[in-house]
Ligand binder design. Structure first.
Ligand code: F3S
Length: 393
């Protein structure tokens, strides 16, 4: 791999152990993959920070980089961890609060922004064709597919290495040749509330890069579709007709064409909970953006004013920064019994209760909670979840 004189100096330790180690990690991975050089990145999103995932080994890895003087070279955001950072959630266990706090503390002291969210584009919007080094599959696929930026799906340690050096390896989705669509998927008459299911189907059935054709996709349906496809498959770029910027992907001369309708995806829907089932409603995977949060808040408050008393736990997962910008709305929701959790990934958290059923609008949550936690799930729209919670669904 070609290295510039400055990169050689970093690798040789002239700027200290931390930066040599971090660059070595990136160079080694790049060489294994056949990358020709390193490229600078504008924004790093660090994933793999949950104590339940990385344990003491991962905590030690981060502590070492911090204690030996590591500091971010570029703008860096942080994915959510495994505890509610406001300690108000009853459904998310606080068991590992101190461990998670320690991890977060080291990351912040290294200059990483305390965003604790899986929607880092909330804090900084990617720019067309800029290079990023992002972890968190749901964010990566949005950066590539909606904003036309360029990032591979990086693992947690490599994102830290990129944050400290400002580089990644020139490979995969950073290169035009790897951004070629080979399949065109047409969606036939499927309601937007089922877009998470379409994402699950694409993840499981399409192995190359698809272009999805459907003219009226709203942003929230797209976010759900992309996150689900990145969970059930290894997708990091799905071109969306009339959404993905033209110069960020290319179409192969001979494409395969498939179309899907509801009967292809209804197997993911899940069965209805019985009347005596213990149910949790879960909304916010990926985290709710400000509009989604305010729409949900307004819907719930109107319901409450019409005597809705939540009959079951409703868990809502949002970015940590809403603690400041939506503090009144969060207090109101908590007063009416909604479990609002901030800076948390409920999927990797420990739940204090085991439900019989989870109602969710998220295909990604469906995939992980079913596969890794063995829970029963039902995919619904957000209004259907709330109506169920209020006894009117
Ligand atoms: Fe976010 Fe966790 Fe879902 S990181 S996308 S809430 S699995």
């Amino acid at each position: 791999m070609y290295l510039t004189p400055i990169q050689e100096k970093i690798l040789n330790g002239e700027y200290g152990w931390v930066y040599a180690k971090a660059l070595e990690m990136i160079v080694k991975v790049g060489e294994v993959l056949g990358a020709d050089k390193l490229i600078p990145v504008k924004h790093v999103h660090v994933s793999g920070v949950s104590y339940t995932n990385i344990g003491d080994y991962g905590l030690e890895f981060i502590r070492e980089f911090y204690s030996k003087g590591g500091f971010a070279k570029v703008y860096t955001t942080i994915n959510p961890g495994c505890v509610d950072l406001t300690s108000a959630s009853k459904l998310i266990s606080n068991q590992y609060f101190n461990k998670q706090y320690e991890i977060n503390n080291y990351l912040e002291k290294m200059g990483f922004k305390p965003t604790y969210t899986c929607i880092p584009y909330l804090h900084r919007r990617p720019v067309l064709n800029e290079h990023l080094a992002w972890g968190e599959s749901s964010a990566v696929i949005i950066a590539n597919s909606i904003y036309g930026a360029r990032t591979n799906r990086e693992g947690g340690p490599l994102t830290i290495a990129s944050a400290l050096t400002g580089y990644t390896y020139n490979y995969g989705l950073h290169i035009d040749n790897e951004r070629i669509v080979n399949t065109i998927v047409s969606i036939e008459n499927i309601e937007s509330k089922y877009y998470g299911l379409i994402g699950l189907w694409i993840g499981e059935n399409i192995t190359n890069k698809p272009l999805v054709r459907k003219t009226q996709l709203d942003y929230n349906s797209l976010k759900t579709l992309l996150a689900a496809a990145a969970a059930s498959g290894d997708h990091a770029l799905i071109a969306i007709d009339k959404v993905t910027p033209e110069k960020s992907f290319f179409i192969n001369d001979s494409v395969e064409r498939v179309s899907i309708d509801f009967k292809d995806i209804d197997k993911y829907l899940g069965s209805e909970p019985s009347v005596d089932s213990k149910v949790i409603g879960f909304i916010g995977c990926p985290h709710l953006d400000p509009k989604e949060f305010i729409d949900l808040y307004n819907y719930l408050v109107v319901k409450y004013s019409k005597n809705c008393k939540l009959r079951s736990n409703l868990l809502i997962s949002i970015p940590y920064v809403y603690n400041k910008v939506f503090s009144e709305e969060i207090s109101t929701l908590r007063r009416i019994g909604v479990d609002v959790t901030l800076g948390t990934c409920p999927i990797v958290s420990i739940l204090t209760e085991k439900p019989d059923y989870v109602l969710t609008n998220s295909g990604k949550a469906y995939f992980y909670l079913k596969k890794h936690k063995g829970l029963e799930l039902r995919i619904c729209s957000i209004s259907e979840i709330i109506n169920y919670m209020c006894g009117s669904g």
